[in-house]
Every structure is written in C-alpha cells, then in structure tokens.
Design a protein around this ligand. Structure first.
Ligand code: SAH
Length: 217
C-alpha cells in the first residue's frame, strides 16, 4: 500500500502507544502479555492496512485476542487511530505491531497462535516474485512453526491468480482444506464477514471475493 508520507507520523503513532506493541520480541516470553484475558484464542493478522478488519473483528469476536501487524508505519498509523477512536467500545482484545512478517519467528514462540488472517495480500504477479507472496510455502513453513496443531489460516483475496497459486501451495504443503469459496459475499459466511478497506473497494468495482480456510495439523 503506497501512501504519501504523513506529517507528524511519529507523534501520531506515539499517541496510540497503549495499543501498540513497540518491542515485539518481548512476546517471546508471553505472547498473551499485552492482553488482560490471556485465556482467549491468540490470532494474528498480517498486513492489516488501515485496520477496518482488525477493529471490526476484535469487536465482533469476544473469544479472541487479535494482534494486527503492518509493515508500513504511515498505514499502520491509520489503523491505530481507527482503533483508538472507538472510545468506550474500543475492544481490549486488539493490539498492533509495526513490522515485517519476515520477522515473525523472532517475535512469537513456536506453536503459540490459534489463527492467522491474510487479507488482500500483495499478489506479486511476476513469476520471479512468487517467493514474496504471503501464501508461498516459505511463509507456510513459518506459519506452521507458529501455529498450534490444528491452527488455521484464513485467507481472502480478490486476485484469482493469487488465489489459484495459494490453493496449489496449500495442497502441496499438505494442509487440510476446511472451507473455500470464490464468491464470499454470496456464501454462507457472508453474514459474519468483516470487510477490509480493499475488499469494500474491489467488491464495489464488481470483483468477487475468494476465500479459503486451511488447517495445519
Ligand atoms: N488487509 C488490508 C490491506 C491489503 S494491502 C485490506 O484488505 O484492506 C496489503 C498490505 O499488506 C499492505 O498494507 C502492505 O504494506 C502489507 N504487507 C505486505 N507485506 C507485508 C509483510 N511482509 N509484513 C507486514 N505487512 C505487509
């Protein structure tokens, strides 16, 4: 996601300190440390963008603690401010990390996550860039190390090419397909679906949304 550089970005991010995990390596000892109720499922969203899904999901799902991460600070700043703006209804089960998913294993202990969300990940359409796709088997190996046995990856995209590639990677990696659709908004999961900013934009332009849930056994 490209953005013009934000004025006073550092100050704006600092104002959201209470929901930002500034030193994610601290999670290695206790990944539930940022949360008051540590018994909830621990979920990670990678590439949260402007945070609509993060805020909506944390508010709707009271049984999860959600950590949403984004590598572009100016983009994450918008997500942080969106979460802070929820005032009384601000969910206590949502925190953010500004950082790159390539470092996940430095932050989280093995087998600590219940669920990973990938929403509208960059498609990297050139074949030479396949290894950068967040559903490439290099990343699936990382997710496998981080997820508990039986943990799930929940994936949404408008990009049919990325979806097809991802399904092949999931199968080659031996993941269990739990659920799959090429038209999420006309599926049985439409009613509980929390839209992302990209999702709203693409679906308004007439693109159907693909989604898959796979399990790491
Ligand atoms: N999920 C949001 C944004 C989708 S765009 C939405 O659906 O609206 C993809 C986002 O993932 C961008 O904001 C990009 O900066 C972020 N991203 C891409 N690779 C990443 C990585 N390796 N680690 C963290 N964030 C990443």
């Amino acid at each position: 996601m490209r953005m013009r550089k934000k004025k006073h970005g550092a100050e704006r991010i600092a104002a959201c300190a209470e929901i930002l995990i500034e030193n994610p390596t601290s999670l290695k000892d206790d990944p539930q440390a940022p949360f008051s109720d540590k018994e909830k499922l621990l979920c990670l969203e990678i590439g949260c963008g402007k945070g609509n899904f993060a805020v909506g999901t944390a508010a709707a799902e009271h049984n999860i603690n959600l950590i949403s991460m984004e590598k572009v600070p100016d983009v994450c700043c918008i997500a942080l401010e969106k979460a802070m703006a929820c005032k009384e209804t601000r969910p206590d089960n949502l925190r953010f990390i500004i950082g790159d998913a390539a470092n996940l294993e430095e932050w989280f202990p093995p087998r600590s996550l219940d669920r990973i969300y990938l929403n509208f990940s960059d498609p990297w359409p050139k074949a030479g860039h396949a290894k950068r796709r967040l559903t490439h088997r290099i990343f699936l190996e990382r997710y496998k190390n981080l997820l508990k046995v039986g943990g799930e990856l929940i994936f949404k995209t408008d990009n049919a090419g990325l979806f097809d590639f991802s399904l092949e990677e999931f199968e080659a990696f031996g993941l269990e397909m739990v659920w799959m659709t090429r038209d999420l908004h006309n599926s049985e999961r439409a009613a509980t679906n929390v839209m992302t900013e990209y999702e709203k934009n693409f679906s308004e332009k007439g693109f159907s949304i693909c989604s898959a849930i796979v399990r790491f056994n």
